[in-house]
Ligand binder design. Structure first.
Ligand SMILES: NC(=O)c1ccc[n+]([C@@H]2O[C@H](COP(=O)([O-])OP(=O)(O)OC[C@H]3O[C@@H](n4cnc5c(N)ncnc54)[C@H](OP(=O)(O)O)[C@@H]3O)[C@@H](O)[C@H]2O)c1
Length: 328
């Protein structure tokens, strides 16, 4: 099969190789998927760049997410359930797996795949894995949000925009923070009831005003360290905060008394190792959600497989709107 791989970490253009690797085989409980689109997430670029950790494998095929068609099934997998099915998947290059989705074929355990409805393109399907699964976990960390007010910081981002849409779908009033009028329009189009420009407005004051002084029940946070002080002022007593990144300040200081007096639950979200039942719920909900109406699944850019380095650079450049995909 054609694939992109790296044997050492570094800049994409320097370390990516493109060529032929042996076709993988579906093992017990696995299927073989013909990859039609491979999603590139920021963490795929951090791993390849060596910023997160030294290489855990001798060789890595990058990118964790994707979508494609099941071409073969391994022992123990029912043909009638999976063979020929269009699917989207996540965790292709995580949790002990070295070979991800930047290839024509990938073999995966069936519990990492979900059926992709016919009306959703493969490129759109490849935007679901990490961003939408993380959004689901971050929104529903403490259960249902129906009737609640949910704050989503960075509500136009890949994860944030899915969080906005899922929270709205689940019956919450959604407040999003953004950094421009275009991003406000995008958050509103996804279902945000209110969009606050955090670069020009007093976010905490606006949230208090919108919620009649009460604050939100739950916050989904893209930058725990960068926003901590403000976000804590936005949450009501007995509320909760789920954070999935902290690029603005990786070592923030928490004024414990402030969080404690709110009786606040603060929880980190890291998708690859989130509890298995929660991931299964996320897959089921997301498949139901995309199958039951028009959704905004945003493809930020499309690159052929051999231009995977350019796809990684597009993510690293910042400013993407949605998820960049690579198409074998
Ligand atoms: N923990 C996990 O499992 C997990 C899963 C997925 C992603 N992540 C991480 O989450 C981060 C975002 O990923 P992504 O794919 O969603 O990126 P993205 O598409 O670039 O979205 C990030 C969004 O956050 C906004 N933003 C940045 N700093 C902000 C701040 N201080 N306050 C409010 N908004 C802010 C950005 O817009 P402006 O800069 O214009 O405000 C942008 O719209 C990355 O670091 C990624 O590695 C973690």
């Amino acid at each position: 099969m054609k694939a992109v791989w790296y044997d050492r970490t570094g800049p994409a253009r320097e370390v990516f190789q493109y060529g032929d690797l042996p076709d993988p085989q579906a093992g017990r409980g696995q299927v073989l998927i013909r990859v039609k689109a491979s999603g590139v997430n920021p963490a795929d670029t951090y791993l390849r760049g060596g910023a997160l950790a030294p290489m855990a494998y001798r060789r890595v095929i990058p990118n964790s997410d994707g979508a494609g068609v099941v071409e073969a099934v391994g022992p123990g997998v029912e043909e009638t359930v999976w063979l020929g099915k269009r699917v989207w998947f996540y965790n292709g290059q995580r949790n002990g797996r070295a070979f991800g989705s930047a290839a024509e074929l990938i073999e995966l355990d069936t519990d990492l795949l979900s059926v992709l409805p016919d009306q959703v393109s493969f490129a759109e399907g490849a935007t679901l894995g990490i961003p939408c699964m993380t959004a689901h976990r971050s929104v529903f960390m403490n259960g249902a949000v129906q009737g609640q007010v949910v704050l989503v910081t960075g509500g136009a981002g890949a994860v944030g925009h899915y969080a906005v849409q899922l929270a709205k779908w689940a019956g919450a009033t959604v407040i999003a923070t953004v950094s421009s009028a275009e991003k406000a329009a995008r958050a509103r189009a996804g279902g945000a009831d209110h969009a606050i420009d955090y670069t020009t407005e007093d976010v905490a004051a606006r949230v208090r005003e919108i919620t009649g002084g009460e604050g939100v029940h739950h916050a989904v946070e893209v930058d725990l360290g960068g926003n901590l002080e403000t976000t804590l002022k936005c949450i009501r007593q007995n509320g909760s905060l789920a954070y999935y990144a902290s690029r603005g300040d990786p070592t923030p200081t928490l004024v414990v008394g402030n969080a404690m007096r709110l009786n606040l639950a603060i929880t980190g979200v890291y998708l690859p190792v989130s509890p298995h039942p929660a991931r299964r719920r996320a897959q089921a909900d997301i498949t139901r959600w995309i199958g039951s109406g028009a959704r905004m699944l945003s493809v930020a850019g499309r690159f052929p497989l051999k231009a995977c380095a350019a796809a990684h650079e597009a993510v690293e450049a910042g400013g993407k709107v949605g998820t960049v995909v690579v198409e074998p």
